[in-house]
Write a protein that binds this ligand. Structure first.
Ligand code: BG6
Length: 314
């Protein structure tokens, strides 16, 4: 209980106080932007990262010496209280996609728009910078999800980026959990990239109905693509000849991978995807536990989903 008490106290502190408690000179800086949202900037010799405390949302990652950011952020992304940011790494939790029974509840759960608290920060012997944020399911969420749980996100920035999402069931009853690190990658052109690693895996194709299929060869994009690959812990690689780089995605504690690009018509309906051609510059490869792979967490049980992102130039 003491941990929860501490987190409540911290929520009352302003960005300057967070900076005093958790900032690390030259490596971790907390600020408040014009919209009033608290932000964190992480700096390592190999790159920089930006994070919004609302949503525990990483929205920027640039590698030193590489012209193009790794993560895609929509030019129309909104930074505002209660709004989800289009791009970066939204945290989908405690359900993925539409709510199972109530279409009125927010898609992908409430974590991505909730205010998170800073819990810890560290610089390790290799100079890697980490920050841990936490979110407590509480009375305000009970109408949407009547369970007691804590969620922690640790972001570790070095030459690679590692993100770990840990859920603890603090209640007296089991609950079903769906989750994802819904990562938007910045690509040169959706028509020129491929995603490998999911060959021969089964997936639910959700475009124009729901159909189970098997992936033949690597994934190339020629139309709207919205797929939930199931029962796979495989690493994936985005090959991007236009940017002359490969993005490697390796994961643990995740059995689903979601691959999404909205293509023209859906992007036009979304309103915040960056018109006219934002959709050409992004692809989501999401490390998840969704659909068949939703988890059941017993009282006291915890689960961690961890993903490492590494970029290789060629
Ligand atoms: C993906 C889903 O994960 O997220 C898509 O597979 C969905 O179906 C997309 O459209 C974006 O969701 P949202 O709620 O951020 O618009």
């Amino acid at each position: 209980m003491q941990g929860i008490h501490m987190e409540r106290q911290l929520s009352m502190l302003e960005a300057e106080d967070i900076q005093q408690t958790f900032g690390i000179d030259g490596h971790l800086q907390f600020t408040k932007d014009a919209s009033g949202l608290a932000m964190a900037s992480l700096r390592h010799a190999a790159g920089q990262l930006q994070l919004c405390l609302q949503g525990g949302h990483v929205f920027g990652w640039q590698i030193e010496g590489m012209a193009e950011p790794v993560l895609w952020l929509s030019p129309q992304a909104r930074f505002a209280p209660g709004k989800s940011i289009r791009g970066g790494v939204p945290v989908c939790w405690p359900w993925f996609g539409p709510h199972g029974t109530d279409p009125g509840l927010p898609a992908h759960g409430f974590a991505r728009t909730a205010p998170w608290q800073v819990k810890a920060s560290e610089i390790d012997a290799q100079g890697r910078v980490s920050v841990s944020l936490c979110l407590q399911s509480e009375a305000g969420h009970a109408a949407m999800w009547p369970h007691a749980a804590s969620l922690e996100l640790t972001v570790l920035l070095g030459a690679e980026l590692q993100m770990t999402l840990t859920t603890v069931n603090q209640g007296a009853t089991p609950f079903v959990l769906g989750e994802a690190l819904h990562t938007y990658f910045n690509i040169s052109d959706i028509g020129g990239i491929s995603v490998s690693g999911l060959e021969d895996e089964s997936y639910w194709d959700t475009v124009g109905g729901v159909e189970k299929k098997v992936q033949r060869g690597m994934i190339r994009f020629m139309q709207e693509t919205d797929r939930v690959y199931i029962n796979t812990s495989a690493s994936c690689t985005i090959e991007d000849p236009g940017f002359r780089r490969r993005i490697h995605i390796a994961k643990q504690g995740s059995l689903s991978t979601v691959v999404w690009n909205p293509w023209t018509d859906k992007a036009a309906c979304m309103g915040d995807l960056g018109q006219p051609d934002g959709w050409r510059r992004m692809v989501c490869v999401e490390s998840a536990n969704a659909w068949d792979n939703c988890l059941m967490l017993a009282p006291g049980e915890h689960h961690s989903l961890s993903v490492s992102y590494r970029v290789e130039s060629f």
